[in-house]
Design a protein around this ligand. Structure first.
Ligand code: GAF
Length: 382
């Protein structure tokens, strides 16, 4: 793949590029907790964006999306959101400018094997590949956390999704064979090696993405913020739902509008569950960890209401086939479920999914058995 990209790049731009790679991510547990300052447990995976890039000493950025066979050019002096993939690249350049770093023009080509719309953070990987590469090419000297924030802001300001920082953080800080326990309040993390013994992580892709997913995502975030705002009036130390426990939330049940109260109750529980689940995983208690995954799904489906019929069916099939743990993953309304499954159950589970899911929805699902890999890096001697 890289050789093909290199050939196209050199023919089109008549120079030799540098090569970077930024992965997508899975998240074991801790969903919708990142923008509430809670905990998440993601890891970078062996699916990534490959980016070849070189400076061009003009104001113009020329970027080829090889998978779509499209090229977009824009000036660093005229950055506006657009409705295509290039909005993430423009958003990243804009983010550098906001920090007083002034990228000039570049030529680039990228390709990705992260399925789009599957909840594996293909857009965060794209933004992170450019953020990392631009920082290297122009020697801006920003650290990975600053780059994660630039990529997150690109999503906010140029794609209109008020996401948390989990996806960008995982793409930048991922570590081979380790999960990242990220505290989204302090923005510090701890790695721990994941030893799944006789189990594996299998993603089941529903192959659906319901429209209005980003509107619903922003609405969930606004509901959480509304609850915080109300509690804050008597408790100025409360800055996010991370500072709220079940008892405090309950005492505001009459004051917080019902929908925001319901959403917040899921988040407060999920933040607690993620901490417990991380400890269970560290102790290698896969059975108890799996039970937490099912609880998370139940909450995401019934209380936070970000699941959909397709994801619920995938989790039901997992339950019936004694999968150790399963849940929808990521923002929701489509994409993948993540399944913690004993190796000897994989084939039977896949067969059951193929049959039941296809019959029910007339859509063929896909499976990805993912490995945990390093975060963004340059591929030297590509
Ligand atoms: C999406 C967002 F981009 C993340 O920030 C996170 O909130 C996730 O949904 C839900 O946990 O991937």
């Amino acid at each position: 793949m890289i050789n093909t990209l290199k050939k196209i790049f050199e023919e089109r731009f008549k120079k030799v590029p540098r090569t970077f790679q930024a992965p997508g991510r899975i998240n074991l547990i801790g969903e919708h907790t990142d923008y509430n300052d809670g905990f998440v447990l993601p890891a970078a995976i062996d699916k990534s964006v490959k980016l070849l890039i070189a400076l061009n000493t003009t104001d113009s950025c020329n970027v080829i999306a090889q998978d779509e066979a499209t090229e977009v050019s824009f000036s660093v002096n005229d950055l506006k959101p657009s409705n295509d993939w290039s909005t993430y690249v423009k958003g990243v350049v804009y983010g550098f400018q906001q920090l007083n770093c002034k990228p000039q023009g570049f030529d680039a080509i990228f390709s990705s094997d992260i399925p789009i719309g599957a909840g594996l953070s293909s857009s965060a990987a794209l933004s992170c590949s450019f953020a990392f590469a631009i920082n290297e090419l122009f020697n801006f000297g920003l650290d990975k956390l600053q780059l994660a924030k630039i990529a997150q802001q690109a999503e906010h300001n140029f794609a209109g999704v008020k996401c948390g920082i989990m996806d960008q953080y995982a793409s930048l800080f991922g570590k081979k064979d380790s999960v990242i326990l990220l505290d989204c309040r302090s923005l510090t993390h701890q790695y721990f090696p994941i030893a799944l013994k006789d189990h594996t992580l299998l993603l089941a892709d529903s192959k659906v993405k319901h429209s209005l997913a980003s509107t619903a995502y922003n609405k969930r975030r606004a509901s959480c913020e509304e609850a915080v705002h109300i509690i804050q009036q008597d408790n100025p130390q409360v800055k996010s739902l991370r500072h709220v426990d079940k008892a405090l939330l309950k005492s505001y049940q009459q004051k917080i509008p019902a929908e925001s109260y319901q959403r917040s109750s899921f988040i407060v529980g999920e933040i607690e569950r993620t901490q417990q689940a991380a400890a269970l995983l560290q102790e290698n208690n896969l059975k108890a960890f799996g039970a937490c995954m099912y609880e998370t799904h139940e909450g995401l489906s019934k209380v936070y209401e970000v699941s959909c019929a397709e994801l619920d069916v995938l989790v039901d099939i997992a339950k019936q086939h004694v999968v150790t743990g399963a849940r929808m993953m990521g923002g929701g309304f489509g994409g993948c479920t993540i399944n913690l499954i004993a190796n000897d159950k994989v084939e039977k589970f896949k067969e059951a999914v193929m049959e039941i899911y296809q019959n029910t929805f007339k859509v063929t699902p896909a499976f990805y058995q993912v490995a945990i890999e390093d975060g963004v890096h340059e591929i030297v001697n590509a």
